[in-house]
Design a protein around this ligand. Sequence first.
Ligand SMILES: C[S@@+](CC[C@H](N)C(=O)[O-])C[C@H]1O[C@@H](n2cnc3c(N)ncnc32)[C@H](O)[C@@H]1O
Length: 233
Amino acid sequence: MSDGGVTVSPAVWALPVPDYLEKNYWWAYVRPRAVWVFDRQWVVNLILFGNATRLIDSALEALGSSIPGRTLQIACVYGDFSRRLSERIAPGGSLDIVDVLDVQLKNVRRKMPPGAPVRTIQRDSTALQFENASYDQAVLFFLLHEQPDEVRQQTIREALRVVKPGGKLVILDYHHPRWWHPLRFILPPALRLLEPFALGLWRRPIDQRLPKGLAMRCDTIDGGLYQRVVVSV
Ligand SMILES: C[S@@+](CC[C@H](N)C(=O)[O-])C[C@H]1O[C@@H](n2cnc3c(N)ncnc32)[C@H](O)[C@@H]1O
């Protein structure tokens, strides 16, 4: 099946909406109206305190200017991220975008340029149902902070499982800001209300959640408010 030039691989079984997503994020992702409200680059930039371009650039820089082989984006993202990622796929390469919500996959297809080497596939990040070592690189862009701790750990395990030895996993997400950062004090009440699992990444950063012995590079962005972890699998 194809939609606007993007190949659509439907789920072979009905995927339930995870409880945490329906309970905490129905307003942001699950209801079709949410897509209309939030999928604007300026809204994404506002949510990321003016850092959207910098964070997208940081993820893309870690993946390279021309990305060969098979790339997996785990979870759709509002704004420009997926389109910009698709533009970097090298000739002969491909990008698979998975999300648990069909409404999000439909929306990401709408944003893809005609002929982009992109497939959308409905999958849950905790059970990707792809072969071991079947991707050259994978990216988790601001998914982990939305997931409860045990779900987050399973998403990381799955992402590492599907990337080939010698491949790369790029993760961007929230992090504990440094002591002088004004948002260090302002953000926690807002996060508790709107993003109830995000403070888990303040308490225990991503590098501490990865299996020991993996080679990785960890950087923080904007006074520690965000983290980028590039894992060599
Ligand atoms: C990547 S996160 C948020 C990124 C960022 N805040 C933005 O601007 O979109 C949002 C996406 O994650 C998806 N998602 C949440 N839990 C998921 C899961 N278990 N498996 C696959 N996708 C999931 C949601 O459906 C949503 O499309």
